[in-house]
Design a protein around this ligand. Structure first.
Ligand code: FES
Length: 275
């Protein structure tokens, strides 16, 4: 398709208004699209020109905020990150993310995702409480220590991994790939001392041992995060704790505990010299 050619695509959108409808139904809209048009732009066209009552979430429109997750032709995608050309089709079916209650149309209720995320203590835990309360310096972290968990920091909490997960589909209490991935992200952080607290949470029922390792979460993640890998590594940590295998590395030191080397930077000629 040339950049300015316009094609018509049928959007078959699941509608559900809990105040009016007893169950979801589908409604079709014809949307003009050009090369590069995203699914989100198609939905915005519907809202602005055809039916202003259509409900969906969006904010950043650039794959960062995680608001616009939905099922597009039965697979979880970010609507803003998905171009219509990818489907090579004249019809698209749009549904809200599964494994979550629906608020309206394409808007799922995400509270459980955030509660599960919060439950795994997704923050640095240290024994030095005074430093945590009133930080005086950063903690030292080497590049290879950052590499241990960096990819897991890219999670945008869009819920696509949960929508793809067969265990989340059959067990609503399952912590899910997002929360378990973030539990590992903090356990693997060399600045953190909260592994034991998190292991106690994830070794309970509906958590790390309930994953069937379908790895659908990792395939669906739009940011390249691999929650299935995180869950396997988390299992390794929980098992090591049960076997009383001690961690051999000490937690990261405060930057103030290192001798401060002065950076060697030549002062450019034009700089006014300080007396
Ligand atoms: S609108 Fe922010 S990720 Fe799609």
């Amino acid at each position: 398709m040339s950049s300015d050619a316009v094609k018509k695509i049928t959007f078959r959108v699941q509608r559900f208004d809990p105040e009016k409808d007893r169950k979801p139904h589908f409604q079709e809209f014809i949307v003009p699209v050009k090369r590069g048009t995203t699914v989100l732009e198609g939905l915005l066209y519907i809202k602005e020109n055809l039916d202003s009552s259509l409900a969906f979430r969006t904010s950043c429109r650039m794959g960062v905020c995680g608001s616009c997750g939905m099922l597009i032709n039965e697979y979880p995608h970010l609507a803003c990150h998905t171009q219509l050309e990818e489907f090579h089709a004249d019809r698209l079916t749009l549904k809200p993310l599964p494994n979550m209650p629906i608020i309206k149309d394409l808007v799922p209720r995400l509270e459980t995702l955030f509660e599960h995320h919060k439950s795994v203590k997704p923050y640095i835990i240290r024994g030095d409480n005074a430093e945590m309360e009133k930080p005086t310096a950063g903690y030292i972290q080497k590049p290879h220590e950052l590499d241990e968990f960096l990819q897991f920091t890219y999670c945008i909490k869009c819920g696509l991994c949960i929508a793809a997960c067969p265990t989340s589909a059959s067990d609503l209490a399952f912590l899910g790939p997002q929360a378990l991935g973030q539990a590992y992200r903090y356990c693997a952080d060399s600045r953190d001392e909260g592994q034991d607290q998190r292991y106690q949470i994830v070794e309970k029922d509906h958590a790390v041992w309930n994953c069937h390792f379908a790895a659908a979460c990792s395939e669906a993640c739009p940011k390249g995060v691999d929650p299935a890998l995180a869950i396997q590594l988390l299992r390794k940590g929980v098992a090591a704790k049960a076997l009383r295998v001690k961690k051999t590395t000490a937690p990261a030191l405060l930057a103030t505990s290192l001798p401060q080397a002065k950076p060697k930077i030549d002062v450019p000629e034009f700089t006014v010299k300080q007396k």
